[in-house]
Write a protein that binds this ligand. Structure first.
Ligand code: GLY
Length: 395
């Protein structure tokens, strides 16, 4: 077993070595982070009130800001930490801390499943980079709050309180993204419950949320004993379609599952999801998907590309015959996002980095706009690319 793991790691290393020798990417991480810092300096100047979190652009072109209870409130602080991670300048540490603490009260929020996004992106990155002792108890309280949404009879974390049609236990694919936070909490607190419930949630999602082609439904409606009552969408084009960001959330989520458990079934599953995404005939040549895989020619979702790129870079480190495909595809996604087709001009785009994401098209909200989490996963992807390129540790 140990030999197999070493063999896999060696194969992955050799493939990545050959990529770095032979594959010349157009990506210039230094330039992109200098731009990100300049662009976000403008954002910080226009956001002196830390109770108004940068989110997107409204239809009239003005900035869309949200409160700390919104699922995206942690991404801005998280991005500030990524900028600090790259340039190591104290002023970014200070401002990242300020925007991280702005989300502090959400540690007690038991009405949302999104605490992984809201708390782990800012506090988790801050703790990783600074070991600031203030952050740890906040995250542990938050993990406890999140775990109250897990009903052992159902075997899943509940996403929302209800869903149209009278359903009482909706679970969305996005929920896979909260498990990384719970794995961290299990390690830091020694409380195995966080670990065990994450496994149960991921296994039930694997069993119920995916189709035979490894595309995912968006919303599953469960009964009180964990029976599946219906399979629907909320942000996708149709119940049976593949909503682009949902596919990216699942890919990222199962890649993390493998990282945290080393159970090969999650690695195989993540690879199958990646193959659905990358081999899809409706994926455009620049590898930035339409907002739903069934909606060729409609708006793109740059956020899905950014999430997918970051996940694929991690997946490429776990060996296997498709390592190079995952790595090259991720690099292509980051290259596309770094062109003027997706990257804003300095001072434009309400100071966000990326343009052309789609939040919720069927809800007529956030269509073809910047989104704070597109920027976050783009910066994360660039950092992961840089770590692999320079043969540093990914985490
Ligand atoms: N519900 C989270 C998302 O829009 O991806």
């Amino acid at each position: 077993m140990k030999k197999l793991v070493i063999f896999r790691q060696l194969t992955a290393y050799l493939i990545l070595l050959s990529i770095s020798v032979f594959g010349q990417s157009k990506l210039n991480v230094k330039k992109e982070f200098e731009f990100a810092a300049q662009q976000y300096e403008g954002m910080l100047k226009s956001h002196s009130d830390i109770s108004k979190f940068p989110q997107s652009t409204l239809p009239d072109g003005s900035p869309r800001n949200m409160k700390s209870g919104w699922w995206c409130s942690g991404f801005f602080g998280g991005s500030l930490w990524y900028i600090y991670q790259y340039n190591n300048e104290p002023k970014w540490k200070e401002t990242a801390h300020k925007w991280t603490m702005a989300v502090e009260k959400e540690q007690y929020n038991t009405r949302t499943h999104d605490l992984g996004f809201m708390l782990y992106c800012p506090f988790g990155n801050g703790y990783r980079l600074t070991k600031n002792a203030t952050y740890k108890p906040i995250m542990l309280t938050g993990a406890k709050s999140l775990s109250t949404r897990f009903d052992p009879k159902v075997g899943l974390i509940k996403s929302w309180e209800s869903f149209k049609g009278g359903y009482k236990y909706p679970v969305i694919i996005d929920n896979m993204m909260n498990l990384e936070f719970l794995f961290w909490a299990a390690k830091e607190s020694g409380n195995k419950d966080f670990y065990n419930l994450s496994i149960t949630h991921a296994d039930n999602t694997m069993k119920n949320h995916y189709r035979s082609d490894f595309s995912s439904y968006h919303v599953l409606l469960y009964g009180e004993n964990g029976e599946v009552l219906a399979k629907k969408t909320h942000q996708g084009a149709a119940d049976e379609s593949a909503w682009a960001r949902g596919q990216a959330w699942g890919l990222y989520g199962y890649t993390v599952m493998y990282r945290e458990t080393k159970d090969k079934k999650y690695l195989d599953f993540a690879r199958n999801i990646a193959n659905f995404y990358l081999n899809n005939p409706n994926l455009p040549a620049d590898k930035v998907p339409y907002w739903d895989f069934s909606k060729v020619g409609e708006e793109r979702d740059a956020s899905a590309a950014a999430i997918c790129a970051s996940a694929l870079l991690e997946l490429s480190t776990y060996g296997g015959k498709d390592t190079k495909i995952y790595y090259d595809s991720a690099v292509k996604m980051l290259e596309s996002l770094s062109t003027p087709a997706y990257k804003a001009e300095l001072g434009k785009n309400n100071h966000f980095i990326l343009m052309h994401s789609t939040g919720h098209k069927p809800g007529n909200s956030e269509i073809d706009v910047p989104l704070v989490y597109a920027d976050y996963y783009y910066l994360e992807g660039l950092l992961r690319y840089e770590a692999l390129r320079t043969k540093k540790k990914l985490f």
